[in-house]
Design a protein around this ligand. Sequence first.
Ligand code: DC
Length: 226
Amino acid sequence: MAKTYAIAIDGPAGAGKSTIAKRLAKELGYHYVDTGAIYRTVAYFMDLLGVSPKDSDGVERYIDELTIQIEYDEEGKQHMLMNGMDVTDEIRTQDISQKASLVSAQPVVREVLLDMQRDVAKAHNVIMDGRDIGTVVLPKADVKIFLTATPEVRAKRRCDELLAKGQKVNYEQVLKDIIQRDYQDTHREIAPLKLARDSVKVDTSELDIDGVIAAIEAIIKEKIPV
Ligand code: DC
């Protein structure tokens, strides 16, 4: 099999990972994989069943009933299928963000999703974003970026994103949720969010999208023949 290249973009919620990864994927002709969406789909499924994301027995009992597929439309947008049903939009609420963070701490969930993510990277050149891509999922990724920004900047971005989708937002609440999610995602026992040893940290607090893209392109050019 031909060598495939992998670019891992990890970082906390709202750092701009998906916006940046999507644009880079288009430019490079790589597959973009938003791994947070996979955890969100698990959270949404458990929520529909009335299983708490903290209930490890319940999550373990029902996880086998869930089949997740990742599909891409003509514009390259990633769609999440939950037992065949497209839930791409349903998983983008504040409530599901919190529940995804909690359910993602369950060992059985991380175990089931690990192979799924690795399989995509075996078959395609990928830009994968998440929390543990450079540390656990693809430890041999060719490029590892840790994208971050202050909680306040990230909360403002998340508010703008939700507003654009017509959802009601309260900045203070979004900020509180982000700080709580940061805590949960960095303190869980398995695959917590942390900087990989060979990862390059990019702080986007003071940069616009073009600035971030330029910074990352320079890092990629050093490591991958593009
Ligand atoms: O990137 P996101 O906000 O859509 O992710 C939702 C949650 O999923 C996040 O708070 C933690 C979890 N997650 C994870 O544990 N590992 C990943 N690789 C991606 C997301």
